[in-house]
Design a protein around this ligand. Structure first.
Ligand SMILES: [Zn+2]
Length: 153
């Protein structure tokens, strides 16, 4: 049987002894060091659980921050960008050019413009995100009338 020094009187007692046969204290083999170590373990486990709960709480706020950043930090590039199929599909007839630009994230290149009987039609072209991909949209009096794409991903 493993023996250890009693933490109170120092006599050799069994590690598993509930009380010291010499001085009568309880758990004589349970040293102060072991007690501190187990206390630290308990604290670490507690901290781990608290940390896990804290992390779960952090997720929604982190998502909110990302959303805020996307709204506040949306940059409209002057140069051509790569329009994706998802962006293209988000474009609906009758949208204004400004709305379309905010969805695509960049201004289109005005390819042609004509005005017939007070009806102004402007064709804008955007570069797509795929090889030789592009999209174009015709705006009539500033509203999206039709769109077309090639090779968007
Ligand atoms: Zn003792």
């Amino acid at each position: 049987m493993a023996m250890t020094a009693c933490r109170e009187c120092g006599e050799q007692v069994s590690k598993s002894a509930r009380t010291c046969p010499y001085c009568g204290i309880s758990s004589p083999g349970f040293s102060a060091l072991q007690f501190v170590t187990s206390l630290i373990v308990v604290l670490l486990i507690g901290a781990g659980i608290a940390g896990a709960i804290g992390n779960q709480n952090d997720h929604p706020s982190a998502a909110n921050a990302t959303t805020r950043g996307a709204h506040g930090g949306r940059q409209i590039a002057e140069s051509a960008c790569g329009v994706s199929m998802a962006q293209y599909l988000a474009l609906k007839t009758d949208m204004t050019y400004t709305t379309v630009v905010s969805i695509l994230g960049c201004y289109g290149e005005e390819t042609s413009s004509s005005e017939i009987a007070g009806f102004k039609s402007v064709l804008y072209t955007w570069r797509g995100n795929g090889f030789a991909a592009n999209m174009n949209a015709i705006f009539q009096n500033g509203r999206l009338a039709s769109k077309a794409q090639f090779g968007l991903k």
